[in-house]
Design a protein around this ligand. Structure first.
Ligand code: UGA
Length: 436
């Protein structure tokens, strides 16, 4: 199949590279010439494990191409995927579809009849209908418009793409359905479930999935608060409920609240869709409120762990990215935590294995250290914000010896309490009984 991917962000680049790895002929289009030049030179615009090798292998085999020329990129395509950004709109928080509609207008003049235009970006219900209207307005005829939302996670994007729990295809005609089935044939052969639905249903399924996962996280975060008050352990509670197949074990890790480029944005967009439809979504609305409040609660927790006053104290943060295995700082809980602590006079020193470059732009007053031990040096408290694997193996005795204070606030439950206490640290876990 000849596939064009418009947009080389997370979803576009990973999907494009994976489709080419299935043997399809893929051309990725992006307006950003620096990005395209970089890709031609083998430089990835995002930090994602395994992506550079996957891109290189398929470029070398002549199946993966990059261009800034949209007209050239789409003219021979059998399917054009739109994977441009749909950020939260300023003001109401709904998904901003400017880039999607702009791309559709631009490609309309260059695609040939029979092409299937597919939204891979997360787009609100009804976007496919709008795209049909734009294509008609622009004089593009016999074009199918389908929805094929992506469920990959940053940091595990390639594995998620190649071994999906399911593929959702929203198609309104048999041609679009057949083309998408052909594109995903390698995955069906591996028995990945495919769900063929109406276009609107597919669009909504993506939001419902992310909202449900956000609900799970906020739920366990509230249970963690309760665990602290009643001296119970949230990790055991999560395991105890997660072993029930109806609940499932995933997305039950208590932490500083969800962040990233998807959950915060998609929950808000779902609420906007619901409001427009006159349907109150109380559970999602409350989930958003719980998550927003959580960031402030994390600041309060650290202040409390330091005896109620952080003015002039040196606070070491381990991890800044919104989760491990990414350099993505979008909506990272570390941002409001740093702001909150600095506002109260705290001095922040931080280490993140890959997000430093992005974080430096957002956190001008933070001192960046080169290792977890350098962060610990002279710190009054150490706070685990992101659960990078490399933090799990650090020598807590060495850390404790380097610190000025002996407080370890573990917002991700990375450490064993007994071990931390054995190293002489006061341990503040997340929902694991009362702090020591
Ligand atoms: C999320 C979804 O997991 C993907 O399925 C979806 O495709 C993607 O959004 C998207 O819409 O594009 P992602 O944002 O990359 O993926 O990251 P997640 O691994 O889902 O984590 C999101 C946030 O939830 C992170 O801040 C993470 O720390 C937090 N989280 C996750 C928890 O606090 N506890 C958990 O148990 C799981």
């Amino acid at each position: 199949m000849r596939i064009t991917m418009i947009g080389t962000g997370y979803v576009g680049l990973v999907s494009g590279a994976c489709f080419s790895d299935f043997g399809h002929d893929v051309i990725c289009v992006d307006k950003d010439s620096a990005k395209i030049d970089g890709l031609h030179a083998g430089k990835m615009p995002i930090w994602e494990p395994g992506l550079d090798n996957l891109v290189k292998a398929n470029v070398d085999r002549g199946r993966l191409h990059f261009t800034t020329d949209l007209a050239e990129g789409v003219k021979n395509a059998e399917a054009v995927f739109i994977a441009v950004g749909t950020p939260a709109r300023r003001g109401d928080g709904h998904a901003d579809l400017t880039f999607v509609y702009q791309a559709v207008r631009e490609l309309a003049a260059h695609i040939k009849p029979g092409t299937v235009v597919v939204t891979k970006s997360t787009v609100p219900v009804g976007t496919g209908d709008q795209i049909c209207a734009i294509l008609e307005e622009e004089g593009a005829t016999e074009i199918s418009v389908a929805s094929n939302p992506e469920f990959l996670r940053e940091g595990a994007a390639i594995a998620d793409f190649k071994h999906p729990d399911r593929i959702v295809v929203g198609a309104e005609d048999s041609h679009a359905e057949a083309v998408l089935k052909e594109i995903y044939r390698p995955l069906f052969l591996n028995r990945a479930p495919i769900l063929i639905t109406g276009r609107r249903t597919a669009e909504l399924t993506k939001y419902a999935a992310n909202a449900f996962l956000a609900v799970k996280i906020s739920f366990i975060n509230e249970i963690a608060n309760l665990c602290e008050a009643v001296d119970a352990d949230v990790q055991d509670v999560a395991r105890g409920i997660g072993l029930d197949n109806r609940i499932g074990p995933k997305f039950l890790h208590a932490g500083p609240g969800y962040g990233g480029s998807c959950f915060p944005k998609d929950t808000l967009a779902l609420l906007q869709t619901a409001e427009k439809a006159g349907i109150d979504q109380r559970i999602v609305r409350t989930t958003v409120e719980v998550n927003d409040a959580r960031k402030g609660e994390m600041v309060d927790r650290i202040v409390k762990a330091l005896g109620g006053d952080v003015a002039g104290k040196r606070i070491g943060l381990l991890g800044l990215a919104f989760k491990p295995n990414t350099d993505d700082m979008r909506d990272a809980p570390s941002i409001p935590i740093v702001e909150g602590l600095e506002k109260q006079g705290g001095k922040i020193v931080a280490f993140d294995p890959v997000a430093r470059e992005h974080a430096e732009k957002l956190m001008p007053n933070v001192e960046f250290a080169g290792s977890p031990y350098a962060v610990a040096q002279g710190a009054d408290a150490l706070v685990v914000v992101t659960e990078w694997d490399e933090f799990r193996g650090i020598d807590l005795d060495r850390v404790a010896a380097a610190m000025a204070g002996k407080v370890l606030v573990d917002l991700r439950n990375v450490y064993d309490r007994a071990e931390a206490e054995g190293a002489g640290l006061h341990y503040w876990g997340m929902g694991r009984g009362k702090p020591s």
